[in-house]
Structures are given as C-alpha cells and as structure tokens.
Design a protein around this ligand. Sequence first.
Ligand SMILES: Nc1ncnc2c1ncn2[C@@H]1O[C@H](COP(=O)(O)OP(=O)(O)OP(=O)(O)O)[C@@H](O)[C@H]1O
Ligand SMILES: [Mg+2]
Length: 317
Amino acid sequence: MQGLNNKKIIFVGGKGGVGKSTSSAALAMAFANAGYKTLIVSTDPAHNLGDIFHKQVKHEKTKLANDLYGIEVDPHKESKRYIQGVKENLQGLVHSRMVEEVHRQIDMASASPGADEAALFDRLISIILEEAASFDKIIFDTAPTGHTIRLLTLPELMSVWIDGMLEKRKKINDNYTQLLNDGEPVDDPIYEILQKRKEKFTAVREIILDGEKTGFIFVLIPERLPILETKQAIKQLDSHDLHIETLIVNKVLPAHADGEFLAKRRKQELDYLTQIEDIFSQKQLVRVPLFEEDVSDLDKLQRFADHLQYLMKEESP
Ligand SMILES: Nc1ncnc2c1ncn2[C@@H]1O[C@H](COP(=O)(O)OP(=O)(O)OP(=O)(O)O)[C@@H](O)[C@H]1O
Ligand SMILES: [Mg+2]
C-alpha cells in the first residue's frame, strides 16, 4: 500500500467528535515539520483549527507555522459570498427589467436547504484547483460522515445535473438560432458559464478519483457506532470509486490506565479493537492512545503526531 507521503490531497473524515480535527492538525503539523509545504482546510461548520493552533485561522490562507498554512471555511459566509458572485455573474446577462425578479429568485434559492453546502463545495473545488500547484499537501478536515460523503460525491452529481442543463440550453439556443438569426449561431453566455463549471467539476473529479494524488483517512474510536458508521462510509465511498485506505483508531485506552472501572472498559474495548482488526483487515490501521487531557496545544499535538509517523513512511506495509 502506498504511504500518505505520496499523496497531495488528503481528506480526513469520521463520525462527530472522534478526533478528525485533531488528526488533521497533527498530520498537517507533521508534514510541515518534515519540510512539506502544507495547507490545512477546515470545512467543518464548527471550527476549531484556531483553537488547536492558538491562532485565528481565517477564510483566506493564514500562516500558522513554517511551511504550514490554514483556511477555515464558514459555509454560511461562503454561501453569502457565492450568491453575491452569482448575482454579479448574471449582470449584463438578464434584461434590466428582470434584474429585480431574478435577484429575488436567487435570494430565495440561497435560503433553501443545501445552499450552504453547494457554496462550500464550490470553495473546496477552487481551493483544490488553485492551491494544488503551490502546496505539497492539502489536508481537508471535514465535517462528520454523512456530510463528507455528500461533499465528495457532489462532482459526480453536479456533472450529471449540468449535463442536463447544457442540453436544455443547447436546444433553446438551436431554436433561437433558427428563429432569429437565420441559422447563424448566437452566443450564449449562460451556456458558457455552465460549460466552465462542468470543466471545473470534471477536473476536480479526476483529482479526487486519482489514487496517486488523493488519499482518504477515516478516524474512529473503538466503540460500536463508530465502527458501524465507518463500515457504511467505506461501502458508500467505494461505490463512488473513492477508497478509504487508512483508519486512525483514536482514543484507545493506554496500558498504564489503571483502576477497576478502566479494566472493565478495556475489556470491552478489546472486543471492539478485535472487531476493527477483523472488519477492516484490508485497511492500514493506526492506533492513537487516549491522552489524559484534550489535545489543546502544540506539545500535545506533537505527541499525537508521533503516533502517526508510521503513516508518513514512503511505503507502508
Ligand atoms: N487521543 C486523544 N486523547 C484525548 N483527547 C483527544 C484525543 N483525540 C481527540 N481528543 C479531544 O477530543 C475532542 C474532539 O476531538 P476533535 O475536535 O478532533 O474531533 P472531531 O472529530 O473533529 O469533532 P467534530 O466532529 O465536532 O468536528 C477534542 O477536545 C480533542 O482535543
Ligand atoms: Mg472537527
């Protein structure tokens, strides 16, 4: 199996609270320390990169350390910016009489479910396409499972949707051409905008489907529901040709944790750890122990990262 070292883009997913942000931050820090120019992107509405690095991470690229940059994307603000962009894009394309009505419709669309997600997705695409050339590693700290899967499968869905739109547009255009222009083709800026979007989606899809460039990590903890959810996520992503190769098994009780209570928990945990080894035997598994405290500063993050060193080897067994 290829190590993560060879991949440029890494998505980190998993159930809520299992340690996605911590794992992403630790990996990012480790890569930066190893001399890779690294960008960490948080797409999670509940942000916490800033908490981990004790720096305010902004909507635009923010320097966090040597060779390490971060971006926090706020889906709601992104959606507002996006709508503004759509309005600007349409300027000059619709008749001035219609502008108000079109804006009203766009505002309504922007309040509909999925709008923030669509905007977030657009930003994600831009980040991949624009930053890939200037970074060695781009790590995406994503929102909990369902969200991530939707996000990752959107290029596929959107391409189909845009294809439909393009076809409709073309028909309308052909009719216009016949009617108005004596058969001379007319320019259709909306067609061109759609076509450009489609090209972007296709480009991103190619990148995320390319196992040489993009890797998927899932974080889970040794408990029943995260195991089930991980199984489900692997299956779902596989069906879209996106393959999770690496699992970080986080918050494993350390051997030195003592007491009767913990002994009991450890017994149950052992059962789950065995299940994990069985069910995910084809995956690269890395265990990270539960620490006494939250991973809330750079020293602790370094301790966490020490457990991930194995992932960064050129070739992993
Ligand atoms: N191995 C560990 N030992 C102790 N605390 C940990 C460990 N891993 C993560 N934590 C702590 O658990 C909490 C949740 O971790 P984190 O924020 O990384 O999870 P997440 O999966 O990103 O959560 P969310 O789904 O809310 O984004 C944090 O307070 C973090 O410091
Ligand atoms: Mg998080």
